[in-house]
Ligand binder design. Sequence first.
Ligand code: GCB
Length: 615
Amino acid sequence: ASTRGLLYPRESESREVRTLDGIWRFLLSDVNDPMKGVRDCWFKTDLDKVRPTRPMPVPSSYNDISVDTKLRDHIGTVWYETKFFVPHSWNMDQRIWLRFGSVHYAAIVWINGEKVMAHSIGHLPFESEITNYVNFGAENRLTLICDNTLVNSTIPQGTIVEEESDNGKVMIQRYTFDFFNYAGIHRTVHLYTTPAVYIEDIKVSTDLIENHIGLVHYEVIVNGNERKAVVYDPPIEPLYIHVQMRNKEGEIVAHSVSKTTLNGTIVIKDVMPWWPYLMNPEPGYLYTMELYLHAVDESLLDVYRLKVGIRTLKWNNSTFLLNDAPIYLRGFGKHEDSDIRGKGFDYALLTRDFNLIKWIGANAYRTSHYPYSEESMQFADEFGIMVIDECAGVNTDIFEPLLLQNHKFSIEQLIHRDRNHASVIMWSIANEPRSGNSQADKYFKILSNYTKSLDPTRPITAALNIEAKKDKLGQYLDIISFNRYNAWYQNAGQLDMITKHVVEEATLWHVMHNKTVIMTEYGADTYEGLHFLPAYIWSEDYQLSLLSKHFKAFDNLRSQKWFIGEFVWNFADFKTAQTYTRVGGNKKGVFTRQRQPKSAAHLLRQRYFGLAIEL
Ligand code: GCB
């Protein structure tokens, strides 16, 4: 397991960053022999020489780019290839890194025919130093194979079945979650440099004294003295870090004092704490932490800048406090999903989403059901949006040891990636696991304890959907989240069977565990433009009524301090696998897939702003 923090690539005095985003060459492997290309070493030559390739944008899911069912529904491996130059100026004194924001689900990467890294579990970054593999002052070839198959031990799980079709036997990928299993190079590909001796990892945690003095504890990991390309002889030691904090205006407001260590605490007087949106006139206040790595002779080795929000989190049986103020979460379950690009990262979409979140007055969302882009985490920090950060464990079933190992690994990577974000207020270790199964108790005990051991500064939750009395996971969580589709999956059409059920279920969860409770999902599929009075299932009118009946329940529950949040499902419509329950995908969005409001968005806006004013 990796312990690396995978700092987001940032340029500085000592680092250069480029992206390799653009059009790459692409081809599909044969479904019945997905590893043929690896056996035949397709990575040793230009892909075009193996088979005809087609252009493929990076980042993007590949599924919806063409008009070809074979590509949309492909199972197994695909190949990507691009070429890039490494300039002479990036000489051997530096290290060169190749980093993928995410590839779904598994990938192997070659540079100039040599394997440089492999990774599995989508939605998470991975990188490798490639200094020894590149040609300086010359062109280089990058080849990648990506596999989208989900099986019993992957996060999330799936099964591959073989069926008879008109064209003989075909493989079908089955999965129990509803979002489409988009695949490909989903996020930015960075090529960047660090000095030979460099800042590898930073861990930050913050504290406040009477909301007036800010404390920033930091631990820095330095690497490079003894690794790979450049070996210093004798090694540069000891090293120290000089840290300074700049406020939004760019003024230096505090700095570290020690000249001997890589760890320490910075004290900021008259601090501006990080506050959520609408809780303070200046939400999302971030300091820039500048880290200067020096050799003992004071020569400057490396510089990295990290945005830091200073806040505290505290929780007990009846409240959840941020900067000692009780928090009530009003938000969404979301998806990374849009037309054509699927789950491919897009700054335009991200910016639009955050503008809509602000417009509607939400202060939170859950990264249902997998880690979202690092760029989105940076936005959440800046906008003051609180994030329930969920790993990719969805509908976990058949609790085998290899699955537990992968689930632990997915949480470990998520926490390493996101632990420095002020916006992350909670880890969600699973969505709708089969938590009543006999093996679930032991499995989730191990997983919960492991998550807490990695980050004791944040509470953990999971979105549960089985009956409270049958569940075995709630006992290990700090905060109980539950999903329930009253008047939809149960009692469809019965708008008068919502309020009481929601109040009773939330109360039961609280009484059973004596913990705070969030409703993380409720909602109704809604075909935009469809109207019926009286309200009828799938119409905009039905979604409006269904939401308002839930609001009644939430208002009732809110008089109990332990009910701490409501998350409508979903922010926007999204694509699903093909089933007869979905018309053009999951339509429970308050916004359409194109990010325009349905009627319910206006109602939700009144409520969310209303709740903000009440606070
Ligand atoms: C759920 C799942 C979510 C689905 C939703 C639905 O319980 O957690 O992923 O999209 O229901 O609309 O069916």
